[in-house]
Design a protein around this ligand. Structure first.
Ligand code: NAD
Ligand code: TYD
Length: 379
């Protein structure tokens, strides 16, 4: 591959995208890194303050659905790589407003693919040295059964927890697992994944798709479980646990995801799919108790002080029971594995949010507060 690359990272002002942009800008001073983001409610340039003046970094405010503008950008910047993260990403919002998810996640991805196709096919070398890397989610695989509610030994090696890792069922998501999305969010991501693969199979575009489990860490928008709950515990506000809190998610520290994206962008095989996961399943309620314990300790509260904030609310519609990723393929073929044990990751994350209250306050003022109130009306 070319050493002087020109790469567009879409959604770079969001949670995961900002970690990917930071990693690429710092690690590859010779690359031209273009952060393309519409700055929706979830996009925040404050996430990138530390790298915004670097000479190899540029921000472009653009909607991924704007085909003409993106085609022009491809030509102006001679783009040879696209790492596509821009999306509507919150399941609860997709239940209220599925159209926005279809527009951005499906039509936006298609628009990027078509513009990249037209530009790359117009070049003498065509697809040689090019890459379209689409970031997706484990949620496209649907929901796994939780047939071992107390947990069993997993069949694979894990670095996830110092207390030993548990799996809550016999099944896992593999790269070969059939898609079976349930929420409007996962249906829109599944559809975009199919379009990406179709552009490889039909036109020969060098694509890659990865499906990752739930990420956590700094700069996550506080509508998602972990930052929302850390902030609520700090302020003594109710913690709205959906249903019985028994749903299981596999959690990965966001910087480990960004490292995986770097490895896969550079060394992954064209047209392949790689699952990325933390080998780290947690029932929501157990994870919430770890957060409560950590925040209380760091704030100097007595142990158990904030347990009273746990408030069981009406379940999310169609709430998937369990997600569990097997990322053995990525470990074996490209040598990636999660670097952090969960206890370390959650401690780092809680400390970050407690130390960055100004970042949180900027977001949680204004429109977002209103959205949040509406979301929980009637629960
Ligand atoms: P996020 O919601 O924090 O950020 C999304 C970013 O995309 C924002 O900066 C937003 O402004 C931008 N965006 C939205 N619509 C846009 C549009 N039409 N044009 C241009 N930019 C637009 O999301 P995230 O959690 O960082 O997720 C990033 C990607 O990773 C998504 O594709 C998501 O499906 C995928 N993913 C997320 C997780 C997770 O746990 N968060 C796990 C697996 C995969
Ligand atoms: P979330 O962070 O929204 O991620 P996803 O839905 O993509 O997995 O939610 C993680 C889990 O936490 C999920 O099972 C829903 C649950 N949850 C709550 O119980 N209460 C909440 O307020 C939120 C936002 C999520």
């Amino acid at each position: 591959m070319n050493s002087k690359r020109s790469i567009v990272i879409t959604g770079g002002a969001g949670f995961i995208g900002s970690h990917v942009v930071r990693l690429f800008v710092n690690k590859y001073p010779d690359y031209n890194i273009i952060n393309l983001d519409k700055l929706t409610y979830a996009g925040n340039l404050a996430n990138l303050k530390d790298i915004e003046d670097k000479p190899n970094y540029k921000f472009v405010k653009m909607d991924i659905c704007d085909f003409e503008a993106f085609y022009q950008l491809m030509q102006d910047e001679k783009v040879d790589g696209i790492i596509h993260l821009a999306a509507e990403s919150h399941v609860d919002r997709s239940i209220k407003d599925p159209f926005t998810f279809a527009r951005t996640n499906v039509m936006g991805t298609l628009s990027l693919l078509q513009a990249a196709k037209l530009y790359w096919e117009s070049l003498p070398e065509k697809y040689e040295g090019k890459r379209f890397y689409h970031i997706s989610t484990d949620e496209v695989y649907g929901a796994l059964e939780m047939n071992h509610p107390e947990g069993i030994e997993p069949p694979f090696k894990t670095v996830a927890s110092s207390e030993g890792h548990k799996a809550y069922g016999d099944e896992f998501f593999y790269e070969t697992t059939k898609y079976n999305p349930h929420s409007p969010y996962s249906a829109s991501k599944a559809s975009s994944d199919h379009f990406v693969r179709a552009y490889h199979d039909t036109y020969g575009m060098p694509t890659i798709v990865t499906n990752c489990s739930n990420n956590y860490g700094p700069y996550q928008f506080p509508e998602k479980l972990i930052p929302l709950f850390i902030n609520n515990i700090r302020h003594g506000k109710a913690l709205p646990v959906y249903g019985k809190g028994e749903n299981v998610r596999d959690w990965l520290f966001v910087e480990d995801h960004a490292r995986a994206i770097d490895v896969i962008f550079h060394q992954g095989k064209t047209a392949e799919t790689y699952n990325i996961g933390g080998f780290n399943e947690w029932k929501n309620i157990d994870l919430i108790k770890v957060m409560i314990k950590t925040v209380d300790r760091l704030l100097g509260n007595p142990e158990g002080h904030s347990l009273k904030l746990i408030t069981y609310v009406t379940d999310r519609l169609g709430h998937d029971a369990r997600y569990a990723i097997d990322s053995t393929k990525l470990q074996k073929e490209l040598g990636w594995e999660p670097s952090l044990q969960f206890e370390e990751g959650i401690e780092k994350t809680v400390r970050w949010y407690l130390d960055h209250q100004d970042w949180m306050d900027n977001i949680t003022s204004g429109d977002y507060e209103k959205y949040y109130e509406d979301m929980y009306k009637g629960r």
